[in-house]
Design a binder for this molecule. Structure first.
Ligand code: PMP
Length: 415
């Protein structure tokens, strides 16, 4: 049963049991209505309250500025996963950039075409397989010539991810005017690499799919922060985007689709159009309200746990750090374990390890022994192998402690 296992899966990931217990009730009847939560209209007052609660909880946890002015941020719920936002980022930010440049050029479309072809750049930090995928999607949509790889970690680490190269080696687009966006993945789920702090850059975009709500974030530094819900926040099915008003109407304009067509630039599907989603408070089309409810419950618990933390996520941040430090300490103490990424960029969320230098048999034995003790989901991503311990918020301290003890025992037994 659920009581017999601890689950360290990388995503979908564990959820707090009390939330799932309550979920099983509201699936049958929400608010004593006799109608289940997946059956109610996304436009009902109940649905609106669920949405408002999730938004305000997230605002409190991450201290997200609320205002209608350009310094405020919208909280959007979308579908299409983290991968959907890889595309949305390009569609929306290219469109806004085009509208802005057209205005600056006094409506001269010929000059604008020249800028698009010769100057427009989308900057990507490629520090792991997810930012690589995002940069590949950008190349697919606007052409590789317009994508500037600021850094590719593999060039600094024998062809593998696992480091973030020194700032001096980064090749960011010099002109802010030409930079459509600066993209980074805050935590690389497959490679176990996490930024220690956000890089700087024009129109900064962060993928926080796998470390959302695990630490305080300097929201104001970003144009956009997005992440799929299925790791630290909730169930698969919704993606959260925190979008600065400064890049949304009425503070920014979007390009006329006719102009984009003329320029050979892509026009995104309306369900990924942030201005449309923002204008409709995430209810442009049918939003999976059950997923939003789950996210709201998870966030509500974080708020309850840390009534006086500042920002409110600080309590969870401390716990995440404690669990990660405990696990890394044991890994560092035993020569049979080798943490894959460089010490300076180790992820607190996804701990990637090799056993006995990557000995496939030893790793299989490790996983088998773990499973015998109810420690599940420890297999590394199929592309890199090894062991991956995902230390998300819903992994209890007791789970990390039990795993820590197993790792010590395994090291002692395996010589
Ligand atoms: N970004 C990161 C950091 C991820 O870990 C993942 C999924 N594991 C994605 C993006 C893609 O998310 P999705 O599967 O929801 O499209």
């Amino acid at each position: 049963s659920r009581n017999d296992v601890y689950y360290f899966g990388a995503g979908p990931a564990p959820l707090p049991t009390p939330v799932l217990e309550q979920a099983s009730k509201v699936l049958l009847s929400y608010n004593d209505s006799g109608i289940g939560i997946t059956e109610i209209s996304h436009r009902s007052s109940d649905a609106n309250a669920i949405l408002a609660h999730a938004q305000s909880s997230l605002r409190q946890l991450l201290d997200i500025p609320e205002s209608d002015g350009p310094d405020g941020y919208q909280i959007l719920f979308l579908q299409g996963g983290g991968s959907g936002e890889f595309s949305a980022v390009v569609y929306n930010m290219v469109s806004m950039w085009v509208a802005k440049r057209l205005k600056a050029l006094g409506g001269d479309e010929a000059k604008l075409k020249e800028e698009v072809e010769q100057k427009m750049k989308l900057d990507y930090f490629v520090t792991g397989s997810w930012s690589l995928k995002a940069s590949q999607e950008a190349s697919r949509l606007v052409g590789g010539e317009s994508v500037n790889i600021v850094t590719d970690s593999r060039k600094h680490n024998d062809g593998k991810f696992g480091v973030i190269a020194p700032t001096e080696s980064w090749t960011q687009t010099q002109s802010e005017q030409d930079t459509v966006l600066t993209y980074y993945c805050d935590n690389e789920t497959v490679d176990g690499v996490e930024f220690q702090s956000a890089p700087s850059g024009a129109n900064l975009v962060a993928d926080m799919s796998s470390n959302f709500l695990s630490r305080a974030v300097d929201v104001r530094k970003h144009a956009v922060i997005f992440g799929g819900a299925q790791k630290n926040i909730g169930t698969t099915g919704i993606t959260i985007a925190i979008v600065s008003n400064s890049i949304l109407p009425p503070h920014a304009e979007m390009a006329d689709p006719k102009l984009l067509r003329k320029l050979g630039l892509p026009i995104g599907p309306v369900v990924l159009d942030w201005p449309t989603i923002a204008k409709n408070n995430s209810l442009y089309n049918t939003l999976p309200i059950f997923d939003v409810w789950i996210a709201g419950q998870v966030m509500g618990r974080l708020l309850d746990q840390s009534p006086s933390a500042n920002p409110r996520i600080a309590g969870q941040e401390a716990e995440s750090n404690r669990k990660a430090q405990m696990l890394y300490k044991i890994l560092d103490e035993s020569p049979i374990y080798h943490v894959v990424p460089d010490k300076s960029v180790r992820s607190r969320m996804n701990i990637c390890v090799r056993v006995k230098g990557g000995d496939a048999d030893a790793e299989k034995t490790f996983i088998k022994g773990a499973e015998a003790r109810g420690l599940m989901g420890l297999k590394g991503h199929r592309s890199v192998g090894g062991i991956r311990i995902s230390n998300y918020n819903a992994v209890p301290v007791a789970a990390a402690e039990k795993l820590a003890k197993y790792m010590v025992d395994f090291a002692n037994e395996t010589k």
